[in-house]
Design a protein around this ligand. Structure first.
Ligand code: ADP
Length: 519
């Protein structure tokens, strides 16, 4: 009977001959001293034809020179390691001259003072094919994703025009004295609002994903941004019976103002949406190497096992019994924006229930000096006693008709033009107290902004202007907010904001007129 040692010896022999990887041993002079069966099968040689040969025989000719150089270098400091930095660098050459991509691991050993190197060689053809297929699939997925983002951006942008018309018509109908229709129209207004919110989110996420937004870094006063958020959310917090607490610190960041505002707006908006009782607070902590902004709420909270998915697009926690209040894009936008701004955002359970969102801003984005800028917060507009005449320039027929109707129902006198040429005709009779409302994208040669500048130049007066645009962030980036007596409003326009802007500009224009008359 064979003993255990004999059996182990046989196993070792077997393993050496038929190991899963092809095995080869070369000496310090690059001569093959051993080749197992797996290797001879892989390369198509008989072992007897290999032993004693230079190892070069197993390499494509074009690689032999560089290989010899690497081998000499290796023998100076032989270590067990993977050979070649990338798998695409290594190839084996079979007896019939064909090649295959190879993966090779090296293990040096010594017998006495003589160096030997054992190599385990694997045919990587299949692995490489899979790798290439993966890369191709990934590229295809990226291409499809970019195409989807482009489609979404175009579709949501184009859908805003008709929606703009519908919103204005709805506001106009509200003015009709038919009390029995009021509820219906109010419901309709709510539906329109939520559709606009959805379109805005779709447009934002698709633009961010398509890489169409480059952050523009400017000094941003943190207190000012938080004050804007307070102004935006105060009324909503009050109607929901929630306490809105904002604790700013004095800090000036170097970041993109619009994106930073959007990030905090989405977090604060969520905190208010998902909280029925208690408070929402925005707390800032200035540490040594970090500014931290915590948005805390006492709301329904997010189950621990759902936390890792909430930044996914369209993901919403299915909380039994609670109403769905969004479309699941808010946090996906937050995540994209945070990446662009190089901030870190985490969402976790709040300490006393509710949710805590934390924005961590590395010190490198904090600056100390703040240039003095014109205040951007607009005071409440007094209602103009005499309604100004409105000069409307809009090339989309449906939007023009709806805007005209809406403004007429609001009691304004309106004249309108469908093109820049038409507008020229109207502009001859424009008075300094008229308010011009124009679409920004008019035709290939003219923007609304060009039109207002040209009109002012021609009349030699600061004619008040309101520019409506489907892409407010880009317009603000390009033109800044510095044009006097001019307001930029996003499309689809909020009807209240439009009336507010008209009244505000008009009363300032009248004040300026009276001032001039007195002088
Ligand atoms: P949504 O438009 O649904 O609010 P978001 O991407 O902003 O989409 O958020 C994803 C989901 O995460 C939400 O549907 C909600 O279930 C959950 N969530 C986000 N913020 C909060 C919060 N402050 N409290 C509770 N749940 C939240």
């Amino acid at each position: 009977m064979r003993n255990g040692m004999e059996e182990l010896g046989e196993i070792t022999q077997h393993l050496l001959r038929f190991s899963p990887d092809a095995l080869l041993v070369v000496d310090g002079e690059s001569r093959i001293r051993f080749a197992n069966e797996t290797l001879t099968q892989l390369f198509g040689y008989a072992a007897a034809n290999l032993v004693g040969q230079r190892m070069d025989i197993l390499l494509p000719e074009r690689l032999r020179g560089s290989h010899q150089h690497h081998f000499t270098h290796y023998t100076l400091n032989p270590l067990a390691r993977e050979m070649g930095a990338r798998i695409s660098d290594l190839f084996g050459r079979r007896a019939d001259g064909s090649e295959f991509p190879a993966g090779i691991r090296l293990a040096p050993f010594r017998i006495g003072s003589r160096l030997f190197v054992a190599a385990a060689i694997r045919d990587m053809t299949e692995r490489r094919r899979i790798n290439e297929a993966l890369v191709a699939a990934r590229e295809e997925a990226d291409r499809a994703n970019r195409a989807k983002s482009r489609f979404l951006a175009t579709a949501s942008h184009d859908l805003r025009q008709p929606l703009q018309a519908i919103r204005l018509l709805n506001a106009a109908m509200m003015k009709v004295p038919r009390p029995e229709l009021r509820d219906i129209l109010q419901q309709q207004a709510q539906a329109i609002d939520s559709m606009i919110r959805l379109l805005n989110s779709l447009l934002d996420i698709s633009r961010l994903e398509a890489g169409a937004i480059t952050p523009e870094l400017v000094p941003v006063d943190l207190e000012e941004i938080l004050e804007e958020l307070r102004a935006e959310f105060q009324a909503l917090a009050q109607t929901r019976g929630l306490d809105l607490r904002i604790l700013p610190v004095k800090a000036v960041l170097r970041t993109d103002r619009i994106l930073f505002h959007q990030l905090l707006q989405n977090l604060a908006g969520n905190a208010l949406k998902y909280t029925d009782r208690g408070h929402v607070s925005i707390n800032c902590v200035l540490g040594n190497d970090m500014l931290t902004i915590n948005v805390d709420d006492t709301g329904i909270g997010i189950p621990a096992d759902k936390l890792d998915r909430i930044f996914d697009e369209y993901y919403q926690v299915d909380t039994h019994g609670s109403k769905r209040m969004g479309v699941g894009l808010g946090l996906a936008i937050v995540s994209e924006v945070a990446q662009l701004l190089k901030f870190n955002v985490t969402i976790a359970a709040g300490q006393g229930g509710g949710t805590r969102a934390t924005v961590s801003i590395p010190r490198q984005f904090l600056t100390t000096a703040m240039p003095t800028l014109e205040p951007t917060i607009v005071a409440a507009a007094p209602v103009a006693e005499d309604r100004p005449r409105i000069v409307l320039v809009e090339d989309n027929d449906a939007v023009r008709v709806a805007t005209e109707l809406f403004l007429k129902f609001e009691g304004f006198e309106v004249v309108s033009a469908a093109s820049t040429e038409d507008a020229e005709r109207l502009f001859a009779s424009v008075q300094p107290t008229d308010v011009v409302i124009t679409d920004h994208h008019l035709d290939a040669d003219n923007t609304g902004l060009d039109l207002i500048k040209a009109l002012r130049h021609r009349q030699g007066a600061l004619i008040p202007g309101i520019i409506l645009t489907g892409d407010l962030p880009s317009l603000l980036r390009r033109s800044g907010t510095a044009l006097p007596a001019c307001r930029f409003l996003p499309k689809p326009v909020d009807t209240q904001a439009l009336i507010h802007a008209i009244n505000d500009l008009s009363s300032k224009a009248r004040d300026a007129q009276t001032g001039q008359a007195k002088e």
